[in-house]
Design a protein around this ligand. Structure first.
Ligand code: NAD
Ligand code: GLY
Length: 365
């Protein structure tokens, strides 16, 4: 008989926007999961065509005792659909069904559904409550937490969006069992990220338990999700709107977003681009004399073991630089990178184009 895992609750402290991240097994079907949400007549579950057949009716049944009407909207699946046109389908559904300004939106899915549904919630009638029901590892350890919501623009990743916090985040570990291995690896990238920027003990733990995580062992998943959420909750609690330390959560993302935009959204998974981007950012940190080569090699080994690429696509340094100049961290056209200045600590700083170019040439196939 499998040992059951105790549900944990990680608080995220943001004054009147505080909420909990629930982590455990079978949470979708457990009535107590849904206690304490805003009262409303109507709820809309936003999901996609892959996740709907797996979990939408389970969530709908759990919510039916709480709302007079529970609607389900299934969107097309993929990063390529994280667009204004798809976002508008959510507004079409809400307006077409007469949903009022108390309607609660439930984002049932990974980061794409979570980011889009959160942005729809921020905008619909100037703001309605929403809940993140995160079904990918990446969403459970990162995207569902902290209130960043967005859609992509053809000229840049996540460029149109809002900070808008959910009322609750639910990480039902059972949902990870149906996640394809490639998507699991993408989530591992965002877990690994927390080590170099914040907690080297956690990096040691990840190295020790990586095989268990890849095998989707519930105990290992539970700890990885909990520790990731604790680190993210502390950072977001200190800097909700990214005036400072929150930018360190973007370790690997400056190079990563350039890979995603350069290849076209959806060719590499976000987590794959972040995995490779972390290796590139570690090399840049080393080139600047901030960390030893042995640290770069250690991180590279772990990223490889997680099943993630460590060589970027050969887009050419000018194209990388062009995409990185529209990164949200850029100031006045000057690219700013999240770099590791000692293992377990990150800084945000610029670097000379010539140095960045040499890293791109070294790290891209
Ligand atoms: P995703 O949402 O595209 O989901 C990955 C794939 O897995 C999809 O095909 C999805 O349909 C499928 N899927 C989801 N749950 C499943 C399940 N339980 N079983 C089987 N299949 C399932 O990708 P993602 O990696 O979750 O999220 C990536 C997105 O998150 C990017 O758009 C990125 O920009 C965003 N992001 C946002 C933040 C933030 O702070 N808001 C942080 C990191 C990433
Ligand atoms: N994923 C980066 C952040 O939430 O700030």
């Amino acid at each position: 008989m499998k040992a059951s895992i105790a549900t944990t609750s990680v608080p995220i402290s943001l004054g009147d926007r505080s909420y909990s991240i629930l982590i455990g097994e079978n949470l979708i079907s457990t009535p107590s999961t849904w206690l304490g949400l805003s009262k409303a007549a109507c709820a809309l579950i936003v999901t996609n065509e892959t996740i709907a057949p797996l979990y939408a009716s389970k969530l709908k049944s759990a919510l039916e005792p709480l709302y007079e009407r529970v609607m389900v909207l299934s969107l097309p699946d993929g990063e390529g659909y994280k667009t204004f046109e798809t976002l508008n389908l959510i507004f079409d559904q809400l307006l077409g069904s007469g949903a009022d300004r108390k309607t609660v939106l439930f984002a049932l899915g990974g980061g794409v559904i979570g980011d889009m549904t959160g942005f729809a919630a921020a905008c619909y009638m100037r703001g309605v409550p929403f809940v993140q029901v995160a079904t990918t590892l990446l969403a459970q350890v990162d995207s569902s937490v902290g209130g960043k919501t967005a859609i992509n623009h053809p000229m840049g990743k996540n460029m149109i969006g809002a900070f808008y916090q959910p009322e609750l985040v639910v990480c039902d570990l059972d949902t990870i069992q149906t996640l394809p291995q490639r998507e699991l690896s993408a989530g591992l990238a965002e877990i690994i990220k927390y080590g170099p920027i914040a907690d080297m003990d956690f990096l040691d733990w990840i190295e020790e338990h990586l095989d268990a995580l890849i095998a989707k062992e519930p105990q290992a998943l539970a700890y990885a999700v909990q520790r990731s959420c604790e680190i993210k909750a502390a950072v977001v609690g200190a800097d909700e709107r990214e005036g400072g330390v929150r930018a360190t959560l973007n370790f690997g993302h400056t190079f990563g977003h350039a890979i995603e935009a350069g290849l076209g959204f959806g060719v590499w998974l976000h987590g794959e681009a972040v995995g490779c981007g972390m290796v590139m950012a570690a090399h840049l940190s080393h080139q600047l004399g901030l960390v030893e080569l042995s640290f770069v090699q250690r991180l590279t080994r772990l990223v490889v073991r997680a099943g993630l690429p460590v060589q970027g696509p050969k887009l050419g340094a000018p194209e990388y630089l062009e995409h990185m100049r529209v990164d949200k961290k850029a100031q006045n056209g000057q690219i700013r990178f999240v770099l590791i200045d000692k293992p377990g600590h990150a800084v945000v700083m610029g670097a000379q184009d010539s140095l960045v170019t040499s890293v791109i040439e070294q790290c891209c196939l």
